[in-house]
Write a protein that binds this ligand. Sequence first.
Ligand code: ADP
Ligand code: MG
Length: 377
Amino acid sequence: MNSAVRGKAEIDILLLEDSPTDAELVQHALRRGGPGFKVEHVDNKRAFIHRIEQRVPDLILSDFSLPTIDGYTALAIAQEKCPDVPLIFVTGTLGEEVAIETLKKGATDYVLKHRLARLVPSVQRALREAKERTGRRHAQEQLRRSHKQLRTLSVHLQHVREEEQIRIAREVHDELGQSLTGLKLQLTWLASRLPKQSRLLHDKTRSMAAHIDETIQAVRRIATELRPGVLDTAGLLAALEWQANQFQTQTGIICEVKAEMKETLWDQELNTAFFRIFQEALTNVIRHAKATKVEVRLAEAGGQVVLEVKDNGRGISEAKIHNTKSIGLLGIRERAALLGGILRIKGERGQGTTLTARIPKTSMARARLHSHENSHH
Ligand SMILES: Nc1ncnc2c1ncn2[C@@H]1O[C@H](COP(=O)(O)OP(=O)(O)O)[C@@H](O)[C@H]1O
Ligand SMILES: [Mg+2]
């Protein structure tokens, strides 16, 4: 951490210079530039390295050719040990080509010894730029961190929501279902004990039984809509077909599902992701597409599962695809990304919209992908 960050007024400058006279000239120039510079002078390679390792300076001033070390080496050492510290060459002569080369290699600036008036402005500019760089890096790091946190949160929320739907679906199905079945049995018992001639009472029990049956159907429907059991018992394809059928019946929009494979009892995470993506795609078709037909394709290619949902409606615009307010699309994009997959959306005006989701099939492939991703942080 440099002294500017610590809030200490003094700027810690390390000067590498073999000539005592030149070192004095440089220090004089700095003193004349005002208080606040604390200069430590070293005159050979070993002392230079030692000092940097002991305490990282705020800035390095270096002669270009010393008996024990040349400028390029000094620069390389500084870049290895303290890459964020600016280094300015202060030299007697420096050919234009060499000067350009040093800057290319990462030196901040160079100042000629017969023009030391340039030294203080150069130092000040270097320090200012270094501070700005640090600030920018901090901001970027913070942004990355908060982005990561948001992702984690989104994973968590989706997971919680899915779990809750599974639980509610199960409870509604089991508890209400059983209780209604029990009610119906009791009603049958009652009906069998009613006097044969009381038609009014028999009519009443029949209509009650019919009512209970309808309620049982409703309970099943609600549970299935929360989470279709077929997804876990018969696989993704069965669930997609069920949903497509449901959609077609309710909207009158034709919905065809084509698949290359039969066995789609994949892991729950994968199946859930694809199913929810499909549901959102269909909801969008109802709400936005003005389509008459939807074609769905489920395929496997190169270790990935691919789901394509294609409508023949008005076509999504480029702006809507990338709009940050498109929360539905953002949600399913995130769902695919969480499993290491991608979502692609394409719209052609008047020609329809195609949504394609690709996700690695096995959790092993996904785990590899995640650890790879994490190794970048
Ligand atoms: N199949 C589609 N056809 C045409 N436009 C679509 C389609 N799907 C999405 N859009 C457009 O993209 C926008 C964003 O979709 P989405 O993120 O799901 O948000 P929402 O459905 O809540 O409006 C929609 O408002 C709509 O304008
Ligand atoms: Mg939507």
